[in-house]
Design a protein. Structure first.
Ligand SMILES: [Zn+2]
Length: 220
C-alpha cells in the first residue's frame, strides 16, 4: 500500500499546537481526511481523525459531549467526570475514526505527512499559492436563524413623539402607531425563557481542555 497523495491545510497560528489539517490518499483509490499535525513537546506528530464521544441525557435523551456539565437541550446538571479513564487516568473523550494497526504503517503515514507539511510551508511562501486540501468551509456557515435576524433588524430609526414610530423591518420602513407599538413591545420575538443561556449550556466548549484531552486520543 502506498500513500499516493497528501494534501495540507496550514493553520498559520504560531500560538496554537494545531499546525495543519491534512488528507491522505492510498493507492490513488481511498482518501482519509481530517488528520491533524500537532506540535508536541518532542516535535510535530500526526493525529488520526477522531470524533467526540457523546452520551444521552438521562432526562431528555439529547446527546451531549462527555464533558458537558449541563444538558444542551434541557439544561439538567450532568456529572462532568463521567467519562471512562484510560490507564494513565485521563478521560476518554475522543475515539479514532480511522487509524493504523501497526507501527510500520503509522511511521509511513507520519513520515509522508510531515514531509508534505514541510514542502507545503515552502510553497505557501510563493506567489499564487493555492491550498489543495478539500474543505467544506463549514467554519463560515454560522448564521442567525430567520427569527433572530428579523429581531436584529427591528431597530427603531425614528421616534416621533408618542403617536407613532418608524422601524426598519425586513428592509422595509414601517410606521407603528402607539397602540400597535405597545403591543409590539409587549410581545418580544423571544422571551427569556426560550433563549438558552450560553454560559450554562455550553460550559464544556469554553473551558480550556486539560492537557492530553484534545488530540492525544489519536495516538496508539
Ligand atoms: Zn437533557
Amino acid at each position: 500500500m502506498e500513500i499516493s497523495e497528501v494534501r495540507i491545510k496550514l493553520m498559520n497560528d504560531p500560538h496554537e499546537r494545531l499546525l495543519a489539517f491534512c488528507s491522505i490518499t492510498f493507492d490513488v483509490s481511498f482518501v482519509i481526511r481530517d488528520l491533524k499535525i500537532i506540535q508536541g513537546s518532542k516535535g510535530a506528530f500526526v493525529a488520526m481523525p477522531s470524533r467526540k464521544l457523546m452520551d444521552r441525557c438521562p432526562k431528555c435523551h439529547n446527546k451531549n459531549h462527555l464533558r458537558a456539565s449541563f444538558c444542551n437541550q434541557c439544561g439538567v446538571r450532568l456529572d462532568e467526570n463521567r467519562a471512562d479513564k484510560d490507564d494513565a487516568g485521563r478521560a476518554r473523550l475522543y475515539a479514532d475514526i480511522a487509524h493504523p494497526i501497526n507501527s510500520e504503517c503509522r511511521e509511513l503515514i507520519q513520515e509522508e505527512v510531515l514531509k508534505a507539511y514541510q514542502d507545503e510551508k515552502v510553497s505557501a511562501q510563493q506567489d499564487g499559492y493555492v491550498c489543495r486540501y478539500d474543505d467544506f468551509g463549514e467554519e463560515d456557515y454560522a448564521r442567525l436563524s430567520p427569527q433572530e435576524a428579523e429581531f436584529e433588524e427591528t431597530i427603531p430609526i425614528e421616534a416621533s413623539g408618542s403617536e407613532s414610530t418608524h422601524i426598519r423591518k425586513n428592509n422595509q420602513i414601517l410606521r407603528i402607531d402607539s397602540a400597535e407599538r405597545a403591543e409590539e413591545t409587549n410581545q418580544p420575538h423571544h422571551s427569556s425563557s426560550d433563549v438558552p443561556e450560553p454560559d450554562k449550556v455550553s460550559s464544556n466548549e469554553n473551558e480550556p481542555r486539560s492537557k492530553g484531552d484534545t488530540f492525544g486520543s489519536g495516538i496508539v
